[in-house]
Ligand binder design. Structure first.
Ligand SMILES: Nc1ncnc2c1ncn2[C@@H]1O[C@H](COP(=O)(O)OP(=O)(O)OP(=O)(O)O)[C@@H](O)[C@H]1O
Length: 597
């Protein structure tokens, strides 16, 4: 074959070969595409099945998120099993104990396909959030965790909560004739009232059982009242309005509040039920019968000379709300929420002071803390049960509840710390007797379901209560007319200052929340940017630093720096707003005293 014909034949083979190669490539691409479609269909089918399975298990919502959380829990459970199980009776060694309880997902949440985003293991609670990777498809989880004294998941029982949180307080009151208080705190609808009802039920049998076992005899009396919009209402006496008075010795008295004798657990429970029926409730987005008041049940132990020998307070706090929740509210609800938040803020400061064994307890910060003044004496014990809803849609609220609980706990002085410093053994664990445990289990078994409340805010307004706004120092119209003009002017200016203080406290509350949220989003955005920056740097180095690549690198880097600058600016301005308002609040608090009860 001559060279020309060889060239020709080679080129024909080349063209045919190329055509074959192209055809094969196209066929392969088609095959790959079909394969991908098949895999996608299979994934879709699997997700659908997974979703049905989740819905049947009462956990609807984003399948991927649920899968990630399930995997995380599985890994965590393995890790937890390796460590020792936490003992319910382990002592915190402090006079304050902070626990969290997560309630089960409700029908309402299931109906909205809200998914469970809270996990509890031992004494730690995690809030999971789903995030998207830079590819815009792959999801991953971020977690916020809080370590408290106890963390109770949705399967926990009120009996377990009682044993860990309330039983030591009963011992303190009965054996040491001390003072103790249990608080339930959390977002509206998170299970405060449910938990408090259960605790009250068990407590009735445990307290009387313990008292029967000691030599001394005590009379038990109960006062049950609510603090609604600055009004103290006796729930055991037809919502009679009482007055707060401070005597010359600085003792706080609630005039008009009547204690009722409760000789047996059954009488005690009847009183509790009576009180609950008279609480003020309001339908909210989260709860059909949301409690808008702080319900305070006080149990007094007295000897036969009438001397106080112990006091136990059970406080079901009004649902906390964030600033953003109150935007839809009318003036009355906003004012109501501001009042609730002011008292919660003051309460946090008082419990913190108690935990730090501080000599100065800022109980004048609100009417609630003023009423509870004697619960903050150095020898008192306090338990806070923070309740959280499981839904991802409530994650921000749950984070706020946990931050609140966490800040109370931090800086507290524990006996174990003290003993450690002194080089002695840590606080011991006190296990209750079998008989007592049986009694508690029997009481828990009989816990009747939630007690109905039937007093709505509307009913209260019908009764002639003020439309809020002038919560503190409320005076009836009859009383007001009897006051001299001079008195009224003084009261009005005092009232204005008090209102200003209250508004400032509310603003601090909101700004604090905004600052923390901004800080959190900055950290997350920075973390994501860091990953992207790493990739960018790697890519440009691998590409051999050509002029074009460097150009695009410089543009992207400039974008990152702009984003960072914007984030820092946002955080800085939130910080400044917060600091300004805080300074204003501290200034006002110096000369405004909440003295008009
Ligand atoms: N641990 C739980 N197990 C089962 N159901 C619960 C639990 N906790 C709460 N619930 C239910 O959730 C609903 C809301 O609970 P609850 O009324 O106790 O909330 P709350 O925090 O007191 O709300 P609010 O502040 O609005 O009064 C109720 O129907 C209650 O029965």
């Amino acid at each position: 074959m001559n060279p020309a014909s060889r060239r020709k034949s080679t080129s024909t083979v080349g063209v045919t070969g190329r055509k074959d190669a192209t055809r094969m490539k196209i066929e392969q691409m088609e095959k790959d595409r079909q394969e991908r479609r098949k895999t996608m269909m299979q994934r879709k089918e699997a997700r659908k099945k997974e979703q049905i399975k989740n819905i049947e298990a009462g956990n609807p919502g984003d399948v991927d998120f649920i899968g990630l959380v399930d995997q995380w829990r599985h890994d965590q459970a393995k890790k937890t099993r390796q460590t020792e199980e936490k003992n319910l009776f382990s002592s915190t060694g402090s006079n304050i104990c902070i626990a969290v309880r997560k309630r089960p997902t409700s029908e309402k949440e299931r109906g909205k396909f809200d998914h469970d985003s809270v996990s509890c293991f031992q004494n730690k609670v995690w809030i999971h959030s789903a995030k998207l990777k830079v590819d815009g498809i792959t999801k991953y989880l971020t977690h916020n965790s809080f370590q408290l004294d106890h963390a109770f998941g949705e399967d926990s029982t009120t009996e377990q909560i009682y044993l860990a949180t309330t039983l030591p307080l009963v011992d303190h009151v009965v054996n040491s004739q001390g003072r103790a208080t249990v608080f339930c705190y959390g977002q509206t609808g998170s299970g405060k009232t449910y938990t408090m009802n259960g605790i009250q039920h068990i407590l009735a049998y445990d307290l009387y059982g313990q008292l029967a076992g000691i030599d001394e005899e005590f009379e038990i009396t109960v006062a049950f009242f609510e603090l609604y919009a600055g009004n103290v209402l006796d729930l055991l006496h037809g919502r009679h309005r009482c007055k707060l008075l401070e005597d010359g010795k600085g003792e706080i008295n609630i005039t008009g509040l009547r204690e009722v004798s409760a000789a047996t657990p059954e009488t005690f429970l009847d009183l509790i039920e009576e009180g609950h029926r008279h609480r003020t409730t309001q339908k909210t987005e989260a709860n059909d019968t949301s409690s808008r008041s702080h319900a305070i049940c006080q149990i007094f132990l007295r000897d036969y000379n009438g001397n106080l020998k112990g006091k136990l307070g059970l406080v079901d706090l009004a649902g906390s709300e964030r600033g953003s929740d109150t935007k839809q509210h009318n003036t009355q609800r906003r004012s109501e929420s501001a009042d609730i938040n002011t008292s919660l803020l003051a309460l946090k400061e008082c419990i913190r002071a108690l935990g730090q064994k501080s000599t100065h307890v800022p109980f004048r910060g609100s009417k609630l803390t003023l009423i509870l003044k004697d619960c903050f004496s150095p020898d008192s014990k306090t338990t806070m049960v923070a309740t959280v809803s499981p839904g991802a849609s409530a994650a921000d609220h749950s984070l706020n509840t946990l931050r609140y609980a966490d800040r109370i706990k931090e800086q507290r002085i524990t006996i174990s710390n003290k003993l450690e410093k002194e080089g002695t053994e840590s606080a011991s664990i006190s296990i209750p007797s079998q008989e007592r445990l049986y009694r508690i289990a029997a009481a828990a078994g009989q816990d009747s379901s939630v007690i109905q409340t039937n007093y709505s805010v509307e009913k209260m307004l019908d009764e002639g209560f003020d439309e809020m706004g002038n919560e503190f120092g409320n005076v009836s119209s009859e009383e007001a007319t009897q006051e001299s003009d001079e008195n009224l002017t003084r009261k009005a200016s005092g009232q204005e200052e008090e209102d200003e203080l209250r508004r400032t406290v509310q603003a601090v509350f909101e700004l604090e929340e905004a600052l923390l949220n901004q800080h959190m989003s900055n950290i997350q955005a920075n973390a994501e940017m860091l990953t992207q920056e790493g990739k960018l740097l790697q890519a440009v180095q691998a590409a051999g630093l050509s002029e074009d690549d460097m150009d695009s690198y410089a543009i992207q880097l400039a974008e990152f720096l702009d984003q960072k600058e914007a984030l820092i600016y946002k955080l800085q301005s939130k910080l400044l707003d917060f600091q300004d308002e805080l300074a204003k609040e501290q200034d006002l608090a110096q000369h405004v005293r909440l003295t008009q009860y």
